[in-house]
Design a binder for this molecule. Structure first.
Ligand SMILES: O=C[C@H](O)[C@H](O)[C@H](O)COP(=O)(O)O
Length: 217
C-alpha cells in the first residue's frame, strides 16, 4: 500500500472520534490534510474548529468549517494531529511542518489528543528525525550554542519563518532516551518558544496505519 493510501486509511479511522456539534482541534501536515479531505465527505457537521496553522485554516474553511480562535472557546474535547515520530509510550516528535507551537498549545487545551500516523513514524527511541525547535530570531545563535552544549547538532531551517514570525532549528544527535528530561531542559533556554518534543503531554491515542489495518495504541 502506498504511504498516501495509509494516510487516508488512518485519517478515515480518526473520524470515529469526531461527533456532530464538536469544536475540534485540528493539526497540520499531510496526514491531517488527508483527515480534512475525509471530514469533508463524512457528513459530520462540526460546530467549529481551532486550527494549528494558516494552511490548515485555509483547508478547513474551503470545506465549509468555521475556524475560531482558541480564545473564543474553552477546553476542547478532541484534537486530531499527525507526528514525525512516535514511541511506544505515545511520546512524539512534531514540527516537521513548523507548526509545533500552535500544535502544542492546542494539545494542552484538549482533553483527548488522537495522533494519526502511518507505521513509518513508529520508533523505539525518539530522535532519528531531527528535533524541531522554534526560537525567537535574536536568540538563534545563543540557543544553538546551548544545544551544542547538550550534544546536539542544530541546523537553521533555511528560508523558513513560522506562522508566529520565528525561526526553526532542526537538531540532530540529541540523546532522547529520556525525552521528558530533554523537553524540560530545552524549554528552560531563554529564546526557545517551543520544543518539538511532545513527551510531557504526548498523545492519548495513537492510530497507526499498517499494511494489515489500523492499530490503536
Ligand atoms: O509541524 C507539523 C506537524 O507537527 C506535523 O504533524 C508533522 O510534521 C507530521 O506531518 P506529516 O503528516 O506531513 O508527516
Amino acid at each position: 500500500m502506498s504511504q498516501q493510501r495509509l494516510k487516508i486509511e488512518v485519517a478515515r479511522a480518526a473520524l470515529k472520534y469526531v461527533e456532530d456539534g464538536m469544536t475540534l482541534g485540528v493539526g497540520t501536515g499531510s496526514t491531517v490534510n488527508a483527515f480534512i479531505d475525509e471530514l469533508a465527505s463524512s457528513g459530520v457537521r462540526l460546530e467549529a474548529a481551532v486550527s494549528s496553522s494558516e494552511e490548515t485554516t485555509q483547508r478547513l474553511e474551503k470545506i465549509g468549517v468555521r475556524v475560531i480562535d482558541l480564545n473564543q472557546t474553552g477546553d476542547l474535547e478532541l484534537y486530531i494531529d499527525g507526528a514525525d515520530e512516535v514511541d511506544e509510550h505515545k511520546r512524539l516528535i512534531k514540527g516537521g511542518g513548523g507548526a509545533l507551537t500552535r500544535e502544542k498549545i492546542i494539545a494542552a487545551a484538549s482533553r483527548k489528543f488522537v495522533c494519526i500516523v502511518d507505521a513509518s513514524k513508529c520508533v523505539g527511541v525518539l530522535g532519528e528525525f531531527p528535533l524541531p525547535i522554534e526560537v525567537i530570531p535574536m536568540a538563534r545563535a545563543m540557543v544553538s550554542r546551548k544545544l551544542v552544549g547538550m550534544g546536539g547538532r542544530p541546523e537553521l531551517r533555511e528560508g523558513f519563518t513560522t506562522d508566529n514570525g520565528n525561526l526553526i532549528l532542526d537538531v540532530r544527535n540529541l540523546d532522547l532516551v529520556d525525552p521528558v528530561r530533554v523537553e524540560n531542559e530545552i524549554n528552560q533556554i531563554p529564546g526557545v518558544v517551543t520544543c518539538g518534543l511532545f513527551a510531557k503531554r504526548g498523545a492519548d491515542v495513537v492510530l497507526v496505519a499498517t499494511e494489515n489495518g489500523i492499530e490503536s495504541r
